[in-house]
Design a protein around this ligand. Structure first.
Ligand SMILES: C[S@@+](CC[C@H](N)C(=O)[O-])C[C@H]1O[C@@H](n2cnc3c(N)ncnc32)[C@H](O)[C@@H]1O
Length: 179
């Protein structure tokens, strides 16, 4: 079932989908040798999608993601899911880097433009809060033999109920969108 306020134009998926151009080798690299647990851990994450109706909020009219309860510091909240792909998608505003080969011959991303989960709605802190309050943490499941994931964790301050989750997308994201 879709989470509350999920927009009908986007497909909800609490697990990876794979672009048709992803080779079996790359799929195996991402999934690891232990194909354990294809999706989000049990239950809904402690977050809710809300439309931003606050005048002056830089993402006014769009959506954001908010804590439904107090989240302690350094706590796992949810994973970032979307379409795993190996092509360049410079125009996507929902594309996260998942894996880069040491010689840069392969670069895998997770693009949640058309398919994804609640994590796609997390805004960048710039113009909203003083600093980010959540961050991306890479992990491999099953004692480092399972699927490669990007988790979203609270930072050292934690969040209060009702706080908007705010990331730092990094300067390159905004530099690429200037002008
Ligand atoms: C990953 S999406 C975040 C969710 C988005 N607000 C939505 O409703 O789909 C990234 C997009 O959100 C908006 N956004 C996120 N953080 C922002 C910020 N600090 N200032 C302005 N726009 C922001 C921009 O449109 C950006 O391209």
């Amino acid at each position: 079932m879709n989470p509350p306020h999920w927009p009908s134009t986007i497909k909800y998926s609490p697990r990876y989908t794979f672009d048709s151009k992803i080779t079996p080798e790359i799929k195996a690299l991402i999934q690891g040798s232990t194909s354990k647990g294809g999706g989000q851990s049990s239950g809904r994450p402690p977050v809710v999608i809300r439309r931003i109706d606050l005048q002056g909020h830089p993402a006014f009219g769009e959506y954001g993601l908010f804590a439904t309860k107090k989240i302690p510091p350094k706590t796992f909240i949810l994973y970032y899911f979307g379409e795993v792909h190996s092509d360049d998608r410079p125009d996507s505003n929902y594309d996260l880097s998942l894996y880069r080969a040491p010689d840069s011959s392969v670069h895998i991303g997770i693009d949640a433009t058309a398919t994804g989960n609640e994590a796609r709605f997390i805004n960048d802190y710039r113009g909203i809060g003083e600093r980010f309050n959540v961050k991306f943490v890479e992990e491999r499941l099953a004692g480092n033999t399972g699927e490669l994931r990007i988790g979203i964790w609270s930072d050292s301050s934690g969040l209060k109920k009702g706080d908007e989750l705010l990331l730092s997308y990094g300067k390159d994201f905004w530099k690429a969108r200037q002008g």
